[in-house]
Write a protein that binds this ligand. Structure first.
Ligand code: THU
Length: 160
C-alpha cells in the first residue's frame, strides 16, 4: 500500500501586513457581520468578495427556524456574485466572525459545503481566488479555494 500525502499552505499574518486592497476587503467582511441574521446561533459571519472588475460585494449568514434552511455568509455572497456577474471571475474572498460582542480571536474557517462552492467558482473561471480569514490575533491567507479543499471533487471527476 502506498501512502499519498495531501499538503496545503496557509500564511498567517497581522492586519498591518496586509496590502491596502486586502485591508479594505477584510474591513468590508467585518462590517458585513452587522447584516447577519443569526438569532439561533448568535454567531455572525460576514463575507466580502472582490470581483475581477474591482467591485466588492458582501453577504452575511442567514439563519432559519428550520435550521438547515439557513445559509452561510460565504455561500450567500458567492451565489449572489455569480448570479449578478456570471462572467466575472472572483479575485478574493474575506471572512470575519463576530460573537459575544467581539470578533473571534482565531480566524473562522469556511464549512465543507462552502469550500465546495468556493471551489466551483474558482474552477468555473479558471482563476485562483485568494481567501482571507480574519481573526483578531491573526489572519490566515490561502492562495486558492483548492488549497482549502485538497483532493476535491470537480467536473472532471464526473467523467469517470
Ligand atoms: N457560518 C457561516 O456563515 N460561515 C462559516 O464559515 C461557518 C458557519 C454560520 C452558519 C450559522 O449561521 C452560524 O455560522 C453558526 O454555525
Amino acid at each position: 500500500m502506498k501512502k499519498l500525502e495531501l499538503k496545503t499552505v496557509v500564511c498567517s499574518c497581522s492586519y498591518d501586513e496586509l496590502s491596502d486592497e486586502q485591508k479594505a476587503l477584510v474591513d468590508r467582511a467585518k462590517q458585513a457581520t452587522a447584516c447577519s441574521y443569526s438569532p439561533y446561533s448568535h454567531f455572525a459571519v460576514g463575507a466580502a468578495v472582490l470581483l475581477d472588475n474591482g467591485q466588492v460585494l458582501t453577504g452575511a449568514n442567514q439563519e432559519n427556524a428550520a435550521y438547515p434552511s439557513g445559509l452561510c455568509a460565504e455561500r450567500t455572497v458567492m451565489f449572489y456574485a455569480n448570479a449578478q456577474y456570471p462572467d466575472t471571475p472572483v479575485r478574493a474572498l474575506a471572512v470575519a466572525c463576530f460573537t459575544g460582542g467581539h470578533f473571534t480571536r482565531r480566524p473562522g474557517s469556511p464549512c465543507g459545503n462552502c469550500r465546495q462552492v468556493l471551489l466551483e467558482t474558482e474552477h468555473r473561471f479558471g482563476r485562483d481566488m485568494q481567501i482571507l480569514l480574519y481573526g483578531e490575533d491573526e489572519i490566515y491567507i490561502f492562495a486558492s479555494a483548492r488549497s482549502l479543499l485538497p483532493h476535491c471533487f470537480v467536473d472532471d471527476d464526473l467523467k469517470g
